[in-house]
Ligand binder design. Structure first.
Ligand SMILES: [Ca+2]
Length: 337
């Protein structure tokens, strides 16, 4: 029996009404999240690993690198050279707040970027990086993920200029120390990204973010690649640009970093604190996350305090640290998105 035309049309409309919104939702879920990386790149080399990790993560779409914690021209030049070598000059370089002399030549990754001229970067460079960051958030049709992997005077300046921007953002940060300090089994410490500029971090954490998710030393302070994981990155360096860029920077940085053992870089990575923040921007399944209310002391400790002014979701323990280190290795050795 033939189905009458009006019934066919009705069925077709039903199919359109049910299927289209579902596929639109799936498309929205699978679309990579716009990301701004606020970084003190050029101090510890883990920011360089984190940048590669971010660029190799299909869940994330890096739009801008905002330099933080002073030396904007040095950090911006290093980020620009890395982005150029990694083929991602679509990423804007935003120069953050200056907090004093650049002291570029004394910085540990300086020999790698010393002949690089920032003016030759083919992508956008913003001299007022904080203004450019606020514009990017205001103009974004989607929630922006801000990954903060350094002390935060530039982000604090953004909050001072317009705290409302944070309502359109989620913050994922490498900050603090709740039950563990520098090294497994050690007492909580005044973690560097907090201690280096306590007033700025208080300003940043006090802004109306949609969500604050942190990796403190409790989880990020014990990540490094060694044995087969590290060997794979080391051995890929002659063939793969991302591995080469990481190993070149690590080998330049390690002998100049006063706290590093000189030959360490032959056998393993340094501690890759910042990569855990990049991971938390797209997944949480390998860590245990708890809601924490806390205060920040004047000397840079993050202390649980039920009456404290700050609230965050905090990755306090690993479910599977070895799985994360294997995953990180795969990401670094993978292809850019
Ligand atoms: Ca950092």
């Amino acid at each position: 029996m033939k189905t009458p035309l009006p019934v066919l049309c009705l069925r077709l409309l039903l199919v359109i009404a049910v299927v289209l919104p579902l596929s639109a939702t799936r498309a929205a879920q699978s679309r990579p999240a716009p990301v701004v990386l606020a970084t003190d790149i050029g101090d510890d080399v883990d920011d360089t690993w984190a940048l590669v990790h971010l660029l190799h993560s299909p869940e994330l779409n890096l739009k801008m690198v905002l330099t933080d914690f002073g030396a904007p021209r040095f950090r911006g030049s290093l980020a620009a050279k890395l982005l150029q070598e990694l083929g991602r000059t679509d990423v804007a370089v935003a120069l953050g707040v200056s907090t004093g002399p650049e002291e570029a030549e004394t910085r540990n990754q300086y020999p790698w970027m010393k002949n690089y001229d920032l003016a030759t970067y083919p992508g956008e460079i913003h001299e007022d990086g904080v203004a450019a960051f606020l514009d990017l958030v205001r103009n974004s049709p989607e929630v922006v993920t801000v990954i903060a992997i350094g002390p935060a005077p530039s982000l604090a300046e953004a909050v001072r200029r317009d705290p409302e921007f944070a309502r359109k953002c989620r913050l994922v940060g490498m900050h603090g120390s709740f039950d563990v300090g520098y090294g497994e089994g050690t007492a909580p410490a005044a973690e560097w990204n907090v201690r280096a500029d306590v007033p700025s971090l208080r300003t940043v954490f006090g802004a109306p973010w949609q969500d604050i998710l942190l990796t403190p030393l409790d989880t990020c302070g014990m990540i490094n690649l060694r044995d087969e994981n590290y060997r794979r990155v080391w051995q890929a360096a002659p063939e793969k640009t991302a591995a080469r860029v990481i190993i070149e920077n690590y080998c330049v940085w390690a002998p100049r970093a006063s706290w590093m053992e000189r030959m360490f870089f032959v056998t393993q990575s340094s501690t890759l604190f910042d990569d855990v923040a990049v991971y938390l921007a797209y997944a949480e399944d390998l860590v245990e996350v708890e809601n924490v209310t806390f205060n920040i002391t004047d000397d840079g400790f993050t202390v649980r305090d039920a009456a404290g002014p700050f609230h965050a979701r905090v990755a306090l323990r690993w479910r599977d640290r070895a799985a994360f280190e294997a995953h990180l290795t795969e990401r670094v050795l993978g292809d850019a998105r």
